[in-house]
Design a protein around this ligand. Sequence first.
Ligand SMILES: Cc1cc2nc3c(=O)[nH]c(=O)nc-3n(C[C@H](O)[C@H](O)[C@H](O)COP(=O)(O)OP(=O)(O)OC[C@H]3O[C@@H](n4cnc5c(N)ncnc54)[C@H](O)[C@@H]3O)c2cc1C
Length: 290
Amino acid sequence: MLNITDYHRPNTVKEAVALLVPGRAVVAGGTDLMVNPRYTQGITELVDITGLGLSYIRRADGLKAKGAIYLGAATTMYEIQNSTLLASVAGGILAQAAGTCGSPNIRNVATIGGNVCAALPSGDTLTTLLVLDARVTLEGAGGQREVALADFFLGPARTVLQNELVVEISFPVPEPPGGAAFYKLGRTEEDISIVNAAARLALDPAGRVSQARIAAGAVAPTPLRAYQAEEFLLGKLPGPATFAEAARLTMEAVKPITDQRATAEYRRQVTGGCARRALEQAAAIARQSL
Ligand SMILES: Cc1cc2nc3c(=O)[nH]c(=O)nc-3n(C[C@H](O)[C@H](O)[C@H](O)COP(=O)(O)OP(=O)(O)OC[C@H]3O[C@@H](n4cnc5c(N)ncnc54)[C@H](O)[C@@H]3O)c2cc1C
């Protein structure tokens, strides 16, 4: 932070976007930006986005579909963790994941937009957002564009953002509701994930899988959708053999590294266990809604 010579606090998204030129970075909660030098490399000015009215959690219902959830980028982990609306959607997995992000004092300021834009493979809300088919709304000098979260990450701390602000994250309310689960393995409750996984399943009236999503975190350069495992699950009856094969396919998809938290091999093995547990839990909830 020693390089920072100026600090801007705009009041509108338009003003903020106009300030976003090379050499300036967005700051929200600052819990990644202030502790990780990679976010301030080449940066001399900060643009604070906490005064733009981007702190909200809304549901908008369509005529036929169940509608969608809209999250302002500056909504804090505390607000997401404690949202009764989010607790009622997809088994509350996003609220649960937000509740595992660091300690209470971190969650009071850390934002969902910051978790997405920091683009760390271990970001705890990212696997849940991936299985919810989340989309990200970006705004830059040229206007707004929307990208699927699965296409937003380019590598560790690298995204498709080009002097743009993430203004909103949205996802459809799952229909049929089915079941969903999030599973995090951390060294301590407050530590970042060694591995995390999220799963979402819907079952048809015969009890076969009609929709499947699996995502794993901290096991590849970006949070990862396990597409092959998802495809394998379609049309199958949930059960130990089915989930063991889906877990094996998820393990095959990961490209973990060894670091101070775990070895690559440990991460690969544990990915299978996390994915299987998330699938079992999601299936148990989905069965109840049949
Ligand atoms: C002690 C500690 C524990 C932590 N534990 C966890 C954990 O368990 N799980 C976890 O996932 N994370 C954890 N983190 C990381 C961090 O808290 C989260 O990633 C948090 O969500 C980041 O949000 P922020 O608002 O603080 O982002 P900031 O630090 O403000 O920003 C992070 C990056 O995103 C950019 N940015 C932020 N918002 C936007 C936007 N709207 N548009 C464009 N760019 C933007 C910034 O320019 C910067 O590059 C921890 C951090 C600390 C310090």
